[in-house]
Design a protein around this ligand. Structure first.
Ligand code: BTN
Length: 241
């Protein structure tokens, strides 16, 4: 399904913005995928930008109709993160999800996820699931966390069509999990970076240690600090590693 209805662009500002601009068209529906060789203003989380050399990496946005409550929106993040990890594992890599939705390999960022939801009456009617996956790019600017590609890790050049097709197959296979929150949560936590380990955090210019225990169903990070469990949202806390 996700490999059947693809709009391929050579250049666009952002595949997510492009997908959203189509929202009043009849073909804006579950299964539509936008890919581009290059983005002139790729968007990242927290207002950052997303760098990607022309034709080197996977830049895609998947339109889905998740049929879930807005309150359950973190499930879409879980689903795409799990699917990216499944795909990277199939290549022999050992990916981890850095809460909430960065995909790391050996502490470096190999993929990022940015989701836009369209909402009506407390339900998500559509999500635009944006994925940037570093595939063949070798040199990146300085970032935190450091960026890395599949090629950096495994050597050789990867066919972007094959990468896209396999990733979308994993996404499709896992899609049923939106109806099974338990399984989504179990799989997300299995892949969670630094789970049950002591991590260093920064909050309001203060650094402290805590143990990452879990993530709530609505996506808050649960950290044990001085034997007490505390929950944080993305704006409140930053992990240093
Ligand atoms: C992050 O900051 O980690 C999220 C990056 C998401 C980048 C992807 S690339 C395809 C899609 N289009 C965008 O403009 N952003 C997402």
């Amino acid at each position: 399904m996700f490999n059947k209805n693809i709009i391929k662009l050579s250049e666009v500002d952002s595949t997510n913005n492009y997908a959203l601009s189509l929202k009043n068209n009849t073909f804006f529906k579950h299964g539509l995928v936008i890919i581009s060789d290059y983005q002139t203003s790729g968007v990242g989380q927290r207002g950052s930008s997303w760098e990607s050399e022309r034709s080197k990496n996977l830049l895609l946005s998947i339109v889905i109709e998740p049929d879930i409550l807005l309150a359950d929106r973190f499930d879409v993040s879980r689903l795409i993160c799990i699917s990216i990890c499944d795909y990277l594992r199939s290549l022999g890599l050992n990916p981890k999800i850095k809460w909430p939705n960065d995909i790391l390999v050996d502490n470096s960022k190999i993929a990022g996820v940015l989701i836009h939801n369209l909402i009506s009456e407390g339900k998500i009617t559509h999500s635009v699931v944006g994925v940037g996956l570093n595939v063949n790019q070798i040199i990146f600017s300085e970032y935190f966390p450091k960026a890395v590609s599949i090629r950096n890790k495994l050597g050789g050049e990867f066919n972007l069509e094959e990468v896209r097709s396999s990733l979308l197959d994993f996404f499709e296979e896992n899609f049923f999990m939106l109806k099974n929150r338990n399984e989504l949560q179990i799989k997300y936590l299995e892949d969670l970076f630094m789970r049950d380990k002591i991590a260093l955090f920064e909050r309001e210019n203060q650094r402290f240690n805590g143990i990452i225990k879990s993530v709530t169903l609505d996506g808050l990070l649960i950290v044990e600090i001085a034997k007490k469990s505390k929950e944080f949202n993305l704006k409140e806390i930053k992990m240093i590693f």
